[in-house]
Design a protein around this ligand. Structure first.
Ligand code: PAF
Length: 281
């Protein structure tokens, strides 16, 4: 089966209108391409829960605060289409820049609160870009359910907040992070790691998981996090951008895990920014 690629809002509207006439629930999996097993797990979940699924592929310039990062972002439409075809998922929406942001485009969706701190503090404008493009993709697809990975835990919160605040009826579903056998969270950025850095990369998850256990057992959060930062850098990461304990429900900063909590990290390895998070307890 080959994938049907839709490039315009008109083609998308015509397709989803037909699906709706059939009475099918529509699931959307928003992506920026470079699909890996994490994305494919979202597609599988959407296939299991929705009659029709649309995968979107758009490398959204508005969410990159660094031009070099945008330029280096992998673009692999042909192999992405092949992966979806192998899953029997025949519809991929690949809008061009003009289709998403035509001349005169002047609207930004900005979510406060959950977008502040963590990635929001280090990537100015990033979550405005995410919220703006996701709002458009929700509107364009008219989907009933949307699937996002928990690896981007703060993004999931931002999207949920936006959908609730703007009275969007779409259900936003968070799905577990998919990991390599050595624990490294799957990410489109992993392909940019040199083989030496790839060998070091899983230290991030291993130290995070260890810290989560220790904090859950009642050790001092401050001491554990200071020690873990040192271990990540000693292993070869050049910088730990943030490493924080936050409440799972609303991302409030925590001193101890006295309610459901997550440890969230962003760190740089060989010029590649990796993020991860784990549950505490
Ligand atoms: O997680 C991503 O790949 C992107 O942030 C998203 C949600 C597709 C918006 O561009």
């Amino acid at each position: 089966m080959s994938v049907r690629i839709l490039r315009t809002r008109g083609e998308l509207r015509e397709t989803t209108a037909r699906w709706r006439a059939e009475g099918a629930a529509v699931g959307v999996v928003p992506t920026m391409g470079a699909l890996h097993a994490g994305h494919l797990s979202l597609v599988e979940r959407a296939q299991a829960e929705c009659g029709r699924v649309i995968v979107t592929l758009f490398v959204n310039p508005k969410q990159f605060n660094n031009a070099a990062d945008l330029a280096a972002y992998p673009r692999t439409e042909d192999s992405d289409a092949e992966k979806l075809a192998a899953m029997g998922e025949p519809v991929l929406y690949v809008p061009g820049g003009e289709e998403m942001y035509p001349a005169g485009f002047a609207t930004t969706v900005s979510v406060t609160g959950v977008s502040e701190g963590l990635c929001g503090a280090h990537r100015p404008g990033h979550f405005d870009g995410v919220a703006t493009v996701v709002a458009k993709l929700f509107q364009q697809t008219g989907a009933d359910r949307a699937y996002f990975g928990e690896k981007d835990f703060q993004q999931l919160h931002v999207v949920r907040r936006m959908a609730a605040d703007l009275d969007m009826t779409i259900e936003v579903i968070g799905c577990p992070t998919v990991r390599e056998a050595d624990g490294l969270a799957l990410s489109s950025r992993n392909v940019r790691l040199s083989s030496a850095d790839r060998a070091v990369a899983p230290v991030l998850y291993r130290t995070l998981a260890d810290a989560a256990d220790r904090i859950a057992r009642g050790e001092s959060t401050d001491l554990v996090l200071a020690e873990v930062r040192d271990r990540i850098v000693a292993a070869g990461y050049s910088e730990v951008e943030y490493l924080e304990l936050r409440a799972e429900a609303d991302l409030a900063p925590l001193d101890k895990a006295d309610r459901p909590a997550r440890l969230l990290v962003a760190a740089w390895l060989g010029g590649v920014r990796l993020i991860d998070n784990v549950k505490v307890g």
